[in-house]
Design a protein around this ligand. Structure first.
Ligand SMILES: *Cc1c(COP(=O)(O)O)cnc(C)c1O
Length: 350
């Protein structure tokens, strides 16, 4: 029986995150605030009155695509929606590399789903190392690897997770000149305000990924979208599963876009809090902090695992990843506790 399953799958572990009771959750880059109650009520009403639960949902959710297109300043044929951007990552790898000898490439440390998804599909993943000082790309190594190996797709989170930095203009120009599909994952766009969307018209191999899981506060509903040329979105439509987006998720994303002024109104507070935490972290001994264009901060200490465990024991859960620690900006109260806990651990005598 076990022989019937691929050995490389046996070598993987299922995606799960450890649960710690009663902690401030600063480990998953979500916004710390649930939806306002009146928006939840509106969704509950729509569930009751607007959805036939016994029927399959809209397979091609045109109303949602139209709202996304309007939000992004594009046309609906340039939008494809997925069950989280994770599904779109998988669709892109299926449509380009599955069943071939070609590879996908990214730059480490980065979002683990690029590697994990490729591995589950039997597609080779090449992880280039980023420059150690500022996590920028080694553009020569990138171009050489693409020339030497059979790379069809490059995945780059922008800003990157966990390192929080943006791609340089030079890197984007180089990427645009390469004969590959380039996926720019803009999961944190609403925090960075930097987008490649205006380049879609002159960059036919560009795919932009976005999500409702972060600034739009809908992580539990699993809605992501891709922005690309109509030729590419048509291909993505062919490989997605039927009815990939549940009806309630479609409605939730539409409602979130309709009330985006309300939902995104907490972004400035989160950015101010990020600066406040950053000023504190920069002063700590034995900790190195990098600049951030997102709603989280990336640091390295001389004992990341120990610091992570001691913080969790004190009620602050952050993430150990990519050879460092990623800290999501929480509510001001959560951030106060983070700062107090870090001070008690790293500044003895205070
Ligand atoms: C959080 C995150 C996503 C979001 O994934 P969903 O499947 O849409 O929840 C995508 N890419 C990156 C880099 C992220 O950090």
């Amino acid at each position: 029986m076990p022989d019937l399953f691929r050995p490389e799958i046996a070598a993987l572990s299922a995606y799960h995150t450890p649960q710690y009771p009663e902690t401030d959750k600063l480990d998953a880059n979500e916004v710390p605030y649930d939806l306002p109650e009146w928006i939840k009520n509106k969704l509950a009403y729509l569930l009751e009155q607007g959805i036939r639960i016994n029927r399959y949902p809209e397979g091609d959710p045109l109303p949602l695509k139209a709202l996304i297109a309007e939000y992004c300043g594009l046309t609906p044929v340039m939008v494809s929606v997925g069950n989280g951007s994770d599904e779109l990552i998988r669709s892109i790898i299926i449509a380009t590399c599955a069943g071939t000898n070609s590879s996908i490439l990214s730059a480490e440390p980065t979002f683990s789903m690029y590697r994990i998804t490729a591995e589950t599909l039997g597609v080779r993943y090449i992880g280039l190392e980023r420059n150690a000082d500022d996590f920028s790309l080694d553009l020569d190594a990138l171009a050489n690897t693409i020339r030497r190996e059979q790379v069809r797709v490059v995945f780059l989170a922008n800003p990157n997770s966990p390192t929080a930095n943006l791609l340089s203009e030079e890197a984007l120009a180089t990427l645009q000149s390469l004969p590959v599909v380039v996926v720019v994952d803009e999961a944190y766009f609403e925090f960075s305000r930097f987008t490649c969307a205006p380049r879609l018209s002159e960059w036919p191999n560009l795919i932009i990924l976005r999500t409702f899981s972060k600034a739009f506060r809908l992580a539990s509903f699993r809605v992501g979208y891709a922005l690309a040329s109509p030729q590419i979105t048509e291909i993505l439509e062919k490989v997605r599963l039927p009815y990939n987006l549940p009806a309630l998720s479609q409605l939730a994303a539409s409602v979130a876009l309709e009330h985006r002024d309300v939902l995104l109104s907490v972004v400035p507070e989160i950015l101010e809090e990020r600066e406040r935490i950053g000023r504190f972290l920069a002063d700590l001994p034995r900790l190195r902090l990098w600049p951030s264009a997102a709603n989280f901060l990336y640091v390295r200490s001389d004992s990341d695992h120990e610091l992570h465990r001691k913080l969790a024991e004190r009620g602050t859960l952050i993430r150990v990843t990519g050879g460092g620690l990623r800290i999501t900006v929480g509510t001001p109260a959560e951030n106060d506790r983070l700062i107090a806990n870090l001070a008690s651990l790293l500044k003895p005598g205070t």
